[in-house]
Design a protein around this ligand. Sequence first.
Ligand code: HEM
Length: 253
Amino acid sequence: MTPQHIELVKATVPVLRENVVALTEYFYQRMLNNHPELKNTFNLDHQSTGRQPRALAAAVLAYAENIENPSVLAKALERITSKHVSLDIQPEQYAIVGDNLLHSISEVLDVSMDSDLIAAWKAAYTQLAELMAGIEQAKYQQLAAQHGGWAGWRGFKIAAIENNALGAVFTIEAADAQAVLSTAVDALISVRVQVPQHDLLQPQQFKLTAISDTSYSFAVASASDASEFSVANILLQHYQVGDALEASAPMTL
Ligand code: HEM
Protein backbone atom coordinates (compact mmCIF):
# COMPACT_ATOMS: atom_id res chain seq x y z
CA MET A 1 0.00 0.00 0.00
CA THR A 2 1.19 3.53 -0.74
CA PRO A 3 1.19 6.24 2.00
CA GLN A 4 -1.62 7.91 0.06
CA HIS A 5 -3.70 4.70 0.17
CA ILE A 6 -3.16 4.52 3.91
CA GLU A 7 -4.32 8.11 4.43
CA LEU A 8 -7.42 7.61 2.29
CA VAL A 9 -8.39 4.42 4.09
CA LYS A 10 -7.85 5.82 7.56
CA ALA A 11 -9.78 9.01 6.77
CA THR A 12 -12.88 7.04 5.77
CA VAL A 13 -12.96 4.53 8.64
CA PRO A 14 -15.05 6.81 10.95
CA VAL A 15 -17.84 7.38 8.46
CA LEU A 16 -17.97 3.67 7.59
CA ARG A 17 -18.03 2.83 11.27
CA GLU A 18 -21.02 5.15 11.72
CA ASN A 19 -22.75 3.33 8.88
CA VAL A 20 -21.64 -0.18 9.77
CA VAL A 21 -25.20 -1.54 9.85
CA ALA A 22 -26.07 -0.22 6.39
CA LEU A 23 -22.67 -1.34 5.12
CA THR A 24 -23.00 -4.89 6.34
CA GLU A 25 -26.63 -5.35 5.38
CA TYR A 26 -25.95 -4.15 1.87
CA PHE A 27 -22.81 -6.27 1.69
CA TYR A 28 -24.44 -9.55 2.73
CA GLN A 29 -27.53 -9.08 0.64
CA ARG A 30 -25.44 -8.29 -2.43
CA MET A 31 -23.02 -11.14 -1.86
CA LEU A 32 -25.63 -13.83 -1.16
CA ASN A 33 -27.71 -12.69 -4.16
CA ASN A 34 -24.71 -12.88 -6.49
CA HIS A 35 -23.28 -16.03 -4.91
CA PRO A 36 -26.16 -18.12 -3.54
CA GLU A 37 -23.73 -21.05 -3.09
CA LEU A 38 -22.30 -19.13 -0.11
CA LYS A 39 -25.57 -19.73 1.75
CA ASN A 40 -24.07 -23.15 2.46
CA THR A 41 -21.09 -21.51 4.15
CA PHE A 42 -22.69 -18.77 6.24
CA ASN A 43 -24.98 -19.75 9.06
CA LEU A 44 -28.27 -18.19 7.95
CA ASP A 45 -29.64 -18.34 11.46
CA HIS A 46 -26.71 -16.13 12.59
CA GLN A 47 -27.24 -13.81 9.64
CA SER A 48 -30.78 -13.08 10.71
CA THR A 49 -29.52 -11.69 14.03
CA GLY A 50 -27.00 -9.43 12.28
CA ARG A 51 -24.29 -10.54 14.71
CA GLN A 52 -21.93 -12.17 12.23
CA PRO A 53 -22.31 -9.60 9.43
CA ARG A 54 -21.21 -6.87 11.81
CA ALA A 55 -18.30 -8.99 13.05
CA LEU A 56 -16.80 -9.28 9.56
CA ALA A 57 -17.18 -5.59 8.66
CA ALA A 58 -16.01 -4.49 12.11
CA ALA A 59 -12.88 -6.63 11.72
CA VAL A 60 -12.11 -5.07 8.33
CA LEU A 61 -12.51 -1.59 9.85
CA ALA A 62 -10.35 -2.48 12.86
CA TYR A 63 -7.68 -3.70 10.48
CA ALA A 64 -7.91 -0.49 8.44
CA GLU A 65 -7.51 1.62 11.58
CA ASN A 66 -4.36 -0.28 12.49
CA ILE A 67 -3.04 -0.59 8.98
CA GLU A 68 0.40 0.73 9.88
CA ASN A 69 0.77 -1.72 12.72
CA PRO A 70 -1.31 -4.83 11.96
CA SER A 71 0.49 -6.83 14.66
CA VAL A 72 -1.89 -5.34 17.27
CA LEU A 73 -4.57 -7.47 15.63
CA ALA A 74 -2.61 -10.71 15.81
CA LYS A 75 -4.76 -12.18 18.58
CA ALA A 76 -8.00 -11.36 16.77
CA LEU A 77 -6.63 -12.78 13.53
CA GLU A 78 -5.65 -15.98 15.31
CA ARG A 79 -9.25 -16.44 16.45
CA ILE A 80 -10.90 -15.45 13.17
CA THR A 81 -8.63 -17.67 11.06
CA SER A 82 -9.32 -20.65 13.34
CA LYS A 83 -13.03 -20.03 12.94
CA HIS A 84 -12.59 -19.80 9.17
CA VAL A 85 -10.59 -23.03 9.08
CA SER A 86 -13.30 -24.80 11.05
CA LEU A 87 -15.71 -23.66 8.32
CA ASP A 88 -13.43 -24.64 5.42
CA ILE A 89 -13.07 -21.09 4.09
CA GLN A 90 -10.92 -21.12 0.93
CA PRO A 91 -8.60 -18.46 -0.58
CA GLU A 92 -10.75 -17.94 -3.69
CA GLN A 93 -13.69 -16.93 -1.50
CA TYR A 94 -11.75 -13.86 -0.35
CA ALA A 95 -12.08 -12.37 -3.83
CA ILE A 96 -15.88 -12.71 -3.66
CA VAL A 97 -16.08 -11.12 -0.20
CA GLY A 98 -13.67 -8.36 -1.30
CA ASP A 99 -15.57 -7.51 -4.45
CA ASN A 100 -18.85 -7.24 -2.58
CA LEU A 101 -17.33 -5.33 0.30
CA LEU A 102 -15.77 -2.77 -2.06
CA HIS A 103 -19.08 -2.25 -3.87
CA SER A 104 -20.76 -1.75 -0.50
CA ILE A 105 -18.13 0.79 0.59
CA SER A 106 -18.58 2.62 -2.70
CA GLU A 107 -22.34 2.67 -2.10
CA VAL A 108 -22.17 3.83 1.52
CA LEU A 109 -19.56 6.52 0.82
CA ASP A 110 -21.25 7.43 -2.45
CA VAL A 111 -18.04 7.26 -4.45
CA SER A 112 -17.38 5.63 -7.81
CA MET A 113 -15.82 2.18 -8.05
CA ASP A 114 -13.12 3.85 -10.21
CA SER A 115 -12.16 6.36 -7.51
CA ASP A 116 -8.80 6.52 -5.74
CA LEU A 117 -10.64 5.86 -2.51
CA ILE A 118 -11.92 2.46 -3.66
CA ALA A 119 -8.47 1.66 -5.07
CA ALA A 120 -7.07 2.39 -1.60
CA TRP A 121 -9.64 0.17 0.12
CA LYS A 122 -8.93 -2.55 -2.43
CA ALA A 123 -5.23 -2.43 -1.56
CA ALA A 124 -6.05 -2.58 2.18
CA TYR A 125 -8.50 -5.47 1.80
CA THR A 126 -6.13 -7.43 -0.44
CA GLN A 127 -3.34 -7.08 2.11
CA LEU A 128 -5.61 -8.37 4.89
CA ALA A 129 -7.05 -11.17 2.74
CA GLU A 130 -3.57 -12.41 1.77
CA LEU A 131 -2.46 -12.35 5.38
CA MET A 132 -5.51 -14.30 6.56
CA ALA A 133 -5.55 -16.82 3.70
CA GLY A 134 -1.86 -17.53 4.37
CA ILE A 135 -2.47 -18.19 8.08
CA GLU A 136 -5.42 -20.41 7.15
CA GLN A 137 -3.45 -22.49 4.64
CA ALA A 138 -0.81 -23.14 7.29
CA LYS A 139 -3.53 -24.27 9.72
CA TYR A 140 -5.08 -26.63 7.16
CA GLN A 141 -1.69 -28.20 6.52
CA GLN A 142 -0.99 -28.56 10.21
CA LEU A 143 -4.37 -30.23 10.87
CA ALA A 144 -4.00 -32.64 7.96
CA ALA A 145 -0.49 -33.65 9.05
CA GLN A 146 -1.58 -34.86 12.51
CA HIS A 147 -2.64 -38.40 13.45
CA GLY A 148 -6.37 -38.66 12.77
CA GLY A 149 -6.37 -35.11 11.43
CA TRP A 150 -7.90 -33.72 8.25
CA ALA A 151 -8.55 -30.42 6.49
CA GLY A 152 -12.03 -29.28 5.48
CA TRP A 153 -15.18 -31.36 5.83
CA ARG A 154 -15.08 -35.11 6.57
CA GLY A 155 -17.97 -37.58 6.51
CA PHE A 156 -19.24 -38.76 9.92
CA LYS A 157 -22.17 -40.82 11.10
CA ILE A 158 -24.19 -40.56 14.27
CA ALA A 159 -23.23 -43.43 16.58
CA ALA A 160 -25.44 -42.50 19.57
CA ILE A 161 -27.86 -39.86 20.82
CA GLU A 162 -28.38 -39.72 24.58
CA ASN A 163 -30.91 -37.38 26.10
CA ASN A 164 -30.07 -35.54 29.28
CA ALA A 165 -31.50 -32.59 31.21
CA LEU A 166 -29.81 -30.01 28.98
CA GLY A 167 -30.68 -31.51 25.63
CA ALA A 168 -29.12 -34.39 23.74
CA VAL A 169 -25.55 -35.61 23.53
CA PHE A 170 -24.63 -36.67 20.01
CA THR A 171 -21.70 -39.05 19.49
CA ILE A 172 -20.32 -39.14 15.97
CA GLU A 173 -17.77 -41.46 14.31
CA ALA A 174 -15.86 -40.94 11.09
CA ALA A 175 -17.62 -42.59 8.15
CA ASP A 176 -14.32 -44.25 7.20
CA ALA A 177 -14.10 -45.69 10.76
CA GLN A 178 -10.55 -44.38 11.02
CA ALA A 179 -9.00 -42.46 13.91
CA VAL A 180 -10.00 -38.87 14.59
CA LEU A 181 -7.79 -36.03 15.74
CA SER A 182 -7.25 -35.92 19.48
CA THR A 183 -8.03 -32.58 21.11
CA ALA A 184 -9.07 -30.96 24.38
CA VAL A 185 -12.57 -31.45 25.72
CA ASP A 186 -14.15 -28.02 25.31
CA ALA A 187 -12.71 -27.61 21.80
CA LEU A 188 -15.28 -26.53 19.22
CA ILE A 189 -16.33 -28.78 16.38
CA SER A 190 -18.14 -27.52 13.29
CA VAL A 191 -20.91 -29.81 12.18
CA ARG A 192 -22.64 -29.45 8.82
CA VAL A 193 -26.16 -30.76 8.18
CA GLN A 194 -28.66 -30.86 5.33
CA VAL A 195 -31.56 -28.42 5.87
CA PRO A 196 -34.85 -30.29 5.38
CA GLN A 197 -36.89 -29.13 2.37
CA HIS A 198 -34.06 -26.90 1.13
CA ASP A 199 -31.16 -27.68 -1.16
CA LEU A 200 -28.87 -26.26 1.47
CA LEU A 201 -26.17 -27.25 3.95
CA GLN A 202 -25.73 -25.38 7.24
CA PRO A 203 -22.76 -25.38 9.62
CA GLN A 204 -22.66 -24.64 13.33
CA GLN A 205 -20.08 -25.07 16.06
CA PHE A 206 -20.63 -27.18 19.17
CA LYS A 207 -18.47 -27.66 22.23
CA LEU A 208 -17.05 -31.16 22.63
CA THR A 209 -18.00 -32.99 25.82
CA ALA A 210 -16.04 -36.22 25.21
CA ILE A 211 -13.46 -37.60 22.79
CA SER A 212 -12.27 -41.13 21.99
CA ASP A 213 -9.81 -42.43 19.38
CA THR A 214 -12.61 -42.70 16.87
CA SER A 215 -15.44 -40.46 18.10
CA TYR A 216 -16.50 -37.05 19.33
CA SER A 217 -19.46 -36.19 21.57
CA PHE A 218 -21.16 -32.82 21.84
CA ALA A 219 -24.30 -31.51 23.53
CA VAL A 220 -27.11 -30.03 21.47
CA ALA A 221 -29.69 -27.83 23.15
CA SER A 222 -32.88 -26.83 21.41
CA ALA A 223 -32.90 -23.18 20.29
CA SER A 224 -36.28 -21.64 21.02
CA ASP A 225 -36.16 -18.40 19.01
CA ALA A 226 -34.21 -19.86 16.10
CA SER A 227 -35.12 -19.96 12.42
CA GLU A 228 -35.62 -23.07 10.28
CA PHE A 229 -31.85 -22.93 9.63
CA SER A 230 -30.91 -23.68 13.23
CA VAL A 231 -28.51 -26.62 13.07
CA ALA A 232 -29.30 -27.55 16.68
CA ASN A 233 -33.01 -27.83 15.97
CA ILE A 234 -32.41 -29.69 12.71
CA LEU A 235 -30.21 -32.21 14.53
CA LEU A 236 -32.74 -32.68 17.32
CA GLN A 237 -35.78 -32.95 15.07
CA HIS A 238 -34.51 -34.67 11.94
CA TYR A 239 -31.34 -36.64 12.66
CA GLN A 240 -31.16 -40.17 14.04
CA VAL A 241 -28.56 -42.77 14.91
CA GLY A 242 -26.93 -44.01 11.69
CA ASP A 243 -27.50 -40.76 9.78
CA ALA A 244 -24.62 -39.09 7.97
CA LEU A 245 -23.33 -35.58 8.55
CA GLU A 246 -20.05 -33.74 8.07
CA ALA A 247 -17.63 -32.26 10.56
CA SER A 248 -14.40 -30.32 10.39
CA ALA A 249 -11.47 -30.96 12.68
CA PRO A 250 -12.10 -29.54 16.18
CA MET A 251 -10.32 -26.34 17.09
CA THR A 252 -9.63 -24.55 20.34
CA LEU A 253 -10.49 -20.90 19.72
C1 HEM B 1 -10.67 -10.04 5.18
C2 HEM B 1 -11.75 -10.75 5.13
C3 HEM B 1 -12.51 -11.30 6.29
C4 HEM B 1 -12.62 -10.83 7.57
C5 HEM B 1 -11.96 -9.62 8.19
C6 HEM B 1 -13.48 -11.75 8.28
C7 HEM B 1 -13.84 -11.61 9.61
C8 HEM B 1 -14.63 -12.50 10.31
C9 HEM B 1 -14.98 -12.37 11.72
C10 HEM B 1 -14.53 -11.25 12.65
C11 HEM B 1 -15.76 -13.41 12.03
C12 HEM B 1 -16.37 -13.73 13.41
C13 HEM B 1 -15.39 -14.62 14.14
C14 HEM B 1 -15.88 -15.05 15.52
O1 HEM B 1 -17.04 -15.48 15.63
O2 HEM B 1 -15.09 -14.97 16.42
C15 HEM B 1 -15.91 -14.21 10.83
C16 HEM B 1 -16.66 -15.36 10.77
C17 HEM B 1 -16.99 -15.97 9.59
N1 HEM B 1 -16.46 -15.70 8.35
FE1 HEM B 1 -15.11 -14.27 7.91
N2 HEM B 1 -13.88 -12.74 7.45
C18 HEM B 1 -13.32 -12.50 6.21
C19 HEM B 1 -13.45 -13.27 5.08
C20 HEM B 1 -14.31 -14.32 4.97
C21 HEM B 1 -14.51 -15.10 3.76
C22 HEM B 1 -13.78 -14.91 2.45
C23 HEM B 1 -15.49 -16.01 4.04
C24 HEM B 1 -16.10 -17.03 3.09
C25 HEM B 1 -16.82 -16.69 2.07
C26 HEM B 1 -15.87 -15.84 5.42
C27 HEM B 1 -16.80 -16.59 6.10
C28 HEM B 1 -17.05 -16.52 7.44
C29 HEM B 1 -18.01 -17.38 8.12
C30 HEM B 1 -18.88 -18.44 7.45
C31 HEM B 1 -17.97 -17.03 9.48
C32 HEM B 1 -18.81 -17.60 10.60
C33 HEM B 1 -20.08 -16.88 10.59
C34 HEM B 1 -21.15 -17.48 11.42
O3 HEM B 1 -21.10 -17.38 12.65
O4 HEM B 1 -22.05 -18.03 10.81
N3 HEM B 1 -15.13 -14.81 5.95
N4 HEM B 1 -15.21 -13.63 9.81
